[in-house]
Ligand binder design. Structure first.
Ligand code: FES
Length: 73
């Protein structure tokens, strides 16, 4: 389903953005530009965001990763 006609953003695009870590409308606007022109899609985009977040479940903590810079020599 097309959510944002101005930017050709689909519900699937929003699902993928949420799977990649988006948790807010600002994050969707930054990554997809949804609701960045006429704004008439903002309500639908927010509903899609909320649905995608609820289906994703609770956020998991990021794994701790050691880098060569963070390890003692
Ligand atoms: S329909 Fe999304 S900005 Fe116009």
């Amino acid at each position: 389903m097309i959510v944002c006609v101005c930017n050709a953003i689909t519900e699937r695009d929003i699902d993928e953005a949420v799977a990649d870590g988006a948790t807010s409308m600002q994050a969707l606007q930054d990554s997809l530009r949804v609701s960045s022109q006429c704004g008439s899609c903002s309500g639908c985009a927010e509903a899609c965001l909320e649905r995608a977040l609820s289906e994703r479940g609770p956020a998991r903590p990021l794994p701790l990763v050691a880098t060569s810079e963070s390890l003692p020599a």
